[in-house]
Structures are given as structure tokens and as C-alpha cells.
Design a protein around this ligand. Structure first.
Ligand code: BG6
Length: 487
């Protein structure tokens, strides 16, 4: 098992889940700032208020309502782990682990508080410059996601968010600003985090999706594809050194049985959930099966000739993805097939795998499988930019945190990456998720911890924010030092 000499070992975070400082230095509100805290296996919801004063919670802010902060409710993303004020200390710890790269995102509303301003907020620009310079001090290569779920709230309320074609221009302006501003400091960029979630989640959360939800989701996605492609093209013009990637939520799907109907269903799930987005972003055009997906829901999409030309001109340089688990699908309504009750994937339970406390399947071989599939399909350098185990950690009386379960998880997945590399896969980097504990995107919990660095903060926001090393910190340090040979 030989990892390439310059393999980019590191860790991954996102602004909305770690920065906090939601109202500092001119930052505007993001959608994630009004998303509530959650409890075990419960998705978080945005909060809203109608002009008559009635309030509510839901998946989206309804028409005529605006995002609200309700009394007595806790909004964990507003606090994050206060990376905004702790970034020097945190980066020092990443450097101590031996990171070669660090994945982070830029908060759109920190640079453009409403999203539609002419000029960016200087204090926001200065913050990220300080962070990138700090990373460079330790020879850590920044890997920067431009959009990680945190569209400015103002754009959601006043423009109907990604349902509106105009938002493409606002995003392109945001992307152009960061490419220009950080030229020479940042080379690796990702346009949209887990872009495929928009359609993938429609089926995962049960039968509640309406035909309008499908229409909206495919339309939003098209606008994001165009926004991404235009940004890629501009990013290359501003600095030909830029390496810009797509980022797909990578789930390895398996058929439950050998019934050809299950095999075909599984193929179609891969097409819809995984290949639809990857094909557009890597190949610059919609795949042939797109028509089938659109016809299934009788969609009428606003797609122009200019859009199609832009998709062609803005293909990505890298294919990156998150990988946490595999999933099982079937056409059989088998009463013996147990359903997974996790907060994410409503698939069938795989009897051959272990499941996390949040019911995510631990499947390293699924990662090797996924890597080999996308390597052959796209022939682009690959990065696994999220992977990890969300678990409850215990701080011992002596302050130590023993997390052998996390080490086991990483060991299996790193070995799987090594096996894929041995099979010829062009994998260039690995940034495990939440290398430092942060707020869960799905549940809002701090107690769903992914980090090698523990942060003293609980689900209600109590704690000192003190950082401490878990056992996995020393273990990962050794893995990086040995370039993946000492697992
Ligand atoms: C990915 C997201 O879906 O999974 C991250 O890109 C997220 O933002 C991660 O945090 C893990 O999910 P969760 O719900 O456990 O935080």
C-alpha cells in the first residue's frame, strides 16, 4: 500500500459549523444561523416568523415569512466552536498533527452580508487572509469550499434563494472576489459542497416530497451547476494554477438481492444520486439518463443555450467527495429487511455491516468501491474531502479522551484508500471530517463528535471551548508521518 509522495493528508471543516462569531465584524445572517439545535436522530429546522407575529419551524422558510430567532431556542451555528477567535490555536494543533492541507469554507455572508452588495465587507476579507497566512506559515495548503450550505438569509428571503436565476450572478461575484483576493494564497477550491444533496435527499426523507419539490430541486441544481461552471471558468482565468473541484456526497449503494429489478434499481440510484451531478460538473453536459429523471416528474426546466455552453466551458479539475457510509436499496418490500433509522439515509440495513450510534453503516470496502467507480468514470484526480465517525466521546477523570472506535474507523478507511491506490486510482488527498469537533450539520449536536481534537462544549452551548487531544490525534499524527504505512 503506497500513498503518493506528496499525498495531501489533512482535515476538513465548514464555516457555518465552526466559525461562530455570526454577528461580528459586519457579517450578515446565513440560513444556517436560524437553524435550531437538535437531539439524537432528529434533523434540525429553520425558524421563521410571519408578519402577524406567528412563528414556526420547518425545512424551509415559507413564502412571506422571514427567518427568525425565537426566544428560548438555541442556535448552535451562531456559536460554532468559535474558530473565528481560536483559529491560530487550532491551526497550530493541525500543524502538530502534520497536516499538509486543511479544508475550510468561506462564509458568503461574512463577505457579502446580504449577498447582493456591490462591494465585499473588508473585515471579512481580512479574516480569511489572516487564516490563509496562518496556514501557509506551517506549509499547510488551504483547500477552500466556496459554498457549504450557508446561503445568505437575505437572498433566501428576498430572492427565493436558489429558485431564482439571479442568485447565479451573486454567487459568481462572490467566487470571483475570493479568487482575486486570495490569488497566490489558495490554489485548491471546491465550488459547492455535496451539491447532489438537493436531489438525493428528496427520496431519502421518505414519501413527503411533492412534484413541486422535484421541480424546485432540479431547477435549483441547474442554477448551481451554471454558477459552479461560470466560477470554474473565471477561476482558471484569474489564476491558471487554480485546481477547482466538484464535491459530491458519496454514498456507495448496493442492491439488497440479485433480483435483476434490484440490480437495475441500484444502477438508477447511482445515476440519480451520484452520477447526475458528477457527470455535469466533470464532463460539462447532462448525461443521457437525465431525460428519464426529468420525465419521471414531468419537469419543465429553465435551461438556456448559454447555460449549456457555460457548463461545457467550466468543467472541474478534480473530483472530490465525502464518504461516510454505504446504503442498501431494493424493490422488494421485504418485512425482514430492517430499515435504518438514522438521520440521513433511509435505506435498508445491511446485515454484514456495523452501524454507528447514528445508524450510519461503517463500510471501508464501500469507499474502495466508490473510488474505483469514479476513477474509471471521470479520469480526474480524486480527493476524499470528508470521512469520519460521529460518536459520543467521554472525557476521563485525568482529562484524557480514548476513542479507539474512531481510530478503527479511520484505519479501515485509510487501508481501503491504499488498496484503491494500489489498483491504480489517482487519489491525491484525504481530509477527514471535523478533525476538530464542531456542530453537526444534520442534527445540530456537539455531542456527535468527529474530531481528533476535543472541544469542551455541549449541545446547549455550555462549556469552556478548551481544546484537548484525543487518542486519535497521536494516532493520525503517526499515520501522516509514515505517509499511511503505519496504521
Ligand atoms: C456532510 C457535510 O454531509 O456530512 C458536513 O458536508 C456534515 O457539513 C457531515 O457535518 C457530517 O454530517 P453530520 O450531520 O453528522 O454533521
Amino acid at each position: 500500500m503506497t500513498f503518493p509522495k506528496n499525498f495531501l493528508w489533512g482535515g476538513a471543516t465548514a464555516a457555518n459549523q465552526c466559525e461562530g462569531a455570526y454577528d461580528v465584524d459586519g457579517r450578515g445572517l446565513a440560513r444556517t444561523d436560524i437553524t435550531t439545535a437538535g437531539s439524537l436522530n432528529q434533523r434540525r429546522q429553520v425558524t421563521y416568523e410571519f408578519p402577524d407575529g406567528t412563528t414556526g419551524k420547518g425545512d424551509k422558510v415559507p413564502k412571506n415569512a422571514h427567518g427568525a430567532v425565537l426566544p428560548g431556542e438555541y442556535y448552535p451555528n451562531q456559536v460554532g466552536i468559535d474558530f473565528y477567535h481560536h483559529y491560530q490555536e487550532d491551526i497550530k494543533l493541525f500543524a502538530e498533527m502534520g497536516f499538509k492541507t486543511f479544508r475550510m469554507s468561506i462564509s458568503w455572508s461574512r463577505l457579502f452580508p446580504n449577498g447582493d452588495e456591490e462591494k465585499p465587507n473588508q473585515a471579512g476579507l481580512d479574516f480569511y487572509r489572516r487564516v490563509f497566512e496562518e496556514l501557509r506559515k506551517y506549509q499547510i495548503e488551504p483547500l477552500v469550499t466556496i459554498w457549504h450550505f450557508d446561503t445568505p438569509l437575505y437572498l433566501e428571503e428576498h430572492y427565493d434563494g436558489w429558485n431564482n436565476r439571479k442568485v447565479i450572478d451573486f454567487f459568481v461575484k462572490f467566487a470571483t472576489t475570493v479568487f482575486k483576493e486570495y490569488k497566490g494564497l489558495v490554489k485548491y477550491w471546491l465550488t459547492f459542497n455535496e451539491i447532489n444533496n438537493t436531489i438525493q435527499f428528496l427520496d431519502m426523507f421518505g414519501d413527503s416530497a411533492t412534484e413541486k419539490d422535484y421541480q424546485d430541486a432540479y431547477q435549483q441544481l441547474h442554477y448551481q451547476f451554471v454558477a459552479s461552471a461560470r466560477a470554474v471558468k473565471i477561476g482558471h482565468e484569474i489564476d491558471p494554477e487554480n485546481q477547482i473541484g466538484c464535491m459530491i456526497c458519496g454514498i456507495a449503494n448496493y442492491p439488497l438481492t440479485s433480483d435483476p429489478k434490484d440490480i437495475m434499481l441500484n444502477r438508477h440510484v447511482w445515476e440519480k444520486n451520484i452520477f447526475y451531478c458528477g457527470d455535469v460538473q466533470c464532463k460539462g453536459e447532462y448525461p443521457t439518463f437525465a431525460k428519464r429523471l426529468w420525465d419521471e416528474h414531468d419537469l419543465a426546466l429553465d435551461i438556456t443555450q448559454v447555460d449549456l455552453a457555460d457548463l461545457k466551458a467550466g468543467t472541474v479539475d478534480l473530483y472530490t467527495f465525502s464518504y461516510y457510509m454505504s446504503n442498501v436499496v431494493s424493490t422488494h418490500n421485504d418485512p425482514d429487511a430492517e430499515k435504518v433509522s438514522g438521520n440521513f439515509v433511509m435505506g435498508l440495513k445491511n446485515p454484514y455491516l456495523k452501524y454507528s450510534e447514528w445508524q450510519w453503516a461503517d463500510d471501508p470496502l464501500g469507499l474502495q468501491y466508490y473510488l474505483e467507480v469514479v476513477n474509471d468514470r471521470y479520469h480526474l484526480p480524486l480527493m476524499v474531502v470528508e470521512n469520519g465517525l460521529g460518536a459520543i466521546d467521554k472525557v476521563e477523570a485525568d482529562g484524557k479522551i480514548h476513542d479507539p472506535y474512531r481510530i478503527d474507523y479511520f484505519r479501515g478507511h485509510i487501508a481501503a484508500m491504499g488498496a484503491a491506490i494500489d489498483n491504480g486510482v489517482d487519489l491525491i488527498g484525504y481530509t477527514p471530517w471535523g478533525c476538530i469537533d464542531l456542530v453537526s450539520a444534520g442534527t445540530g449536536q456537539m455531542s456527535k463528535r468527529y474530531g481528533m481534537i476535543y472541544v469542551d462544549l455541549d449541545d446547549e452551548g455550555h462549556g469552556t471551548m478548551k481544546r484537548s487531544k484525543k487518542d486519535s490525534f497521536d494516532w493520525y499524527q503517526k499515520v501522516i508521518a509514515s505517509n499511511g504505512t503505519d496504521l
